[in-house]
Design a protein around this ligand. Structure first.
Ligand code: APR
Length: 234
C-alpha cells in the first residue's frame, strides 16, 4: 500500500489540472446510501421507474415530490467526510453524479453536477428556476405558466444538462490526472466520461471497496473507502 500511495502522490504532485469523477460512494462515509450496494442501495428499496422517471412524475408527482424533499433533508443533515475535504485540499475540479451538496460543503469550489442537485427546483414545463419555499405537503406552481415545480435532478430517460455535460467533457479532455471515486461506472452517458481522459494516456487513480466497470482504466487502484484513502493522498 505504501508504494501505491507514493506512486499516487507522485502523480498528484505533478498534476496541473487534477479532476475527480465521483459517485454515490463518495457520500457513503457521510451516511448517505449509495444506489446499488446490496441491501442498503437506494434502488434496492425504491423502484427507480416509480420515483425517478418523468413518466412517474406526470402520473403521480406527490410521492416523488415528498421523496426528493426527504432526500434533500438527509443531505442537509449529513456532513462532508474526510474524502470530500481531501479532494478540496488537492484542488481537484469535481465532476460528480451526486445530487447532494457535500463536495461544496467540503470545500470544493469547482463542481459540475451531471445529474442535477437536490437544492435546485424549476418549472416542469417552462424550466423557470424556483427559489421559493418547498414543503412536502404542497407542490408549488410556476408563477409564469402555472405548471408544477419539480426537483432539479435528472430522471431516467432524460437528457443530461447540456451546459454541465459540455463542462465535464472539456474537463476530461484537458485533465492531466484523474481520480475516480465512489462510482460503479454503470450509468451512461456519465460513465463514459473517464475514458476521454484514459485514452489520452492520463494517469487514473481509482478508489473503491470493490472492482467497478471503470477499474480497467486505473493506473493505480486502491481497494478502500473514500473517507479513508483520499486523506492518505494529500
Ligand atoms: N467509498 C468509496 N466507494 C464506495 C464506498 C465508500 N465508502 N461505499 C460504496 N462505494 C462504491 C460502491 O462499491 C459502488 O461501486 O460506490 C459505488 C456506488 O455505485 P452506485 O450505487 O451505482 O452509485 P453511482 O455510481 O453514483 O450511480 C450512478 O446512477 O441511479 C443513478 O443517478 C443515479 O447518479 C446515480 C448514477
Amino acid at each position: 500500500m505504501t508504494d501505491m500511495i507514493a506512486a499516487a502522490r507522485d502523480i498528484l504532485v505533478n498534476a496541473q489540472n487534477l479532476v475527480a469523477f465521483t459517485g454515490a460512494g463518495m457520500s457513503a462515509d457521510s451516511g448517505l446510501d449509495t444506489y446499488r450496494d446490496a441491501q442498503t442501495g437506494v434502488w434496492e428499496n425504491v423502484d427507480p421507474h416509480a420515483m425517478a422517471s418523468i413518466d412517474a412524475w406526470a402520473r403521480d408527482p406527490e410521492p416523488m415530490w415528498r421523496w426528493y424533499l426527504h432526500r434533500k433533508s438527509l443531505s442537509e443533515n449529513a456532513h462532508p467526510n474526510p474524502g470530500h475535504r481531501a479532494l478540496a485540499e488537492l484542488g481537484a475540479k469535481i465532476i460528480t453524479q451526486n445530487i447532494d451538496d457535500l463536495h461544496e460543503r467540503g470545500g470544493s469550489t469547482d463542481v459540475v453536477h451531471l445529474h442535477g442537485s437536490l437544492f435546485e427546483f424549476r418549472c416542469t414545463i417552462c424550466s423557470r428556476p424556483w427559489k421559493g419555499a418547498t414543503k412536502p405537503q404542497h407542490i408549488p406552481e410556476c408563477p409564469l405558466c402555472g405548471n408544477l415545480i419539480r426537483p432539479g435532478v435528472v430522471w431516467f430517460g432524460e437528457a443530461l444538462p447540456p451546459r454541465e455535460w459540455d463542462a465535464a467533457e472539456n474537463l476530461m479532455s484537458t485533465t492531466d490526472a484523474l481520480i475516480i471515486v465512489g462510482t460503479s461506472g454503470v450509468v451512461q452517458p456519465a460513465a463514459g466520461l473517464p475514458r476521454l481522459a484514459a485514452t489520452r494516456g492520463v494517469p487514473v487513480l481509482e478508489i473503491t471497496p470493490q472492482p467497478t466497470a471503470l477499474t480497467p482504466l486505473a493506473t493505480v487502484q486502491f481497494t478502500g473507502r473514500a473517507g479513508e484513502v483520499l486523506p492518505l493522498l494529500t
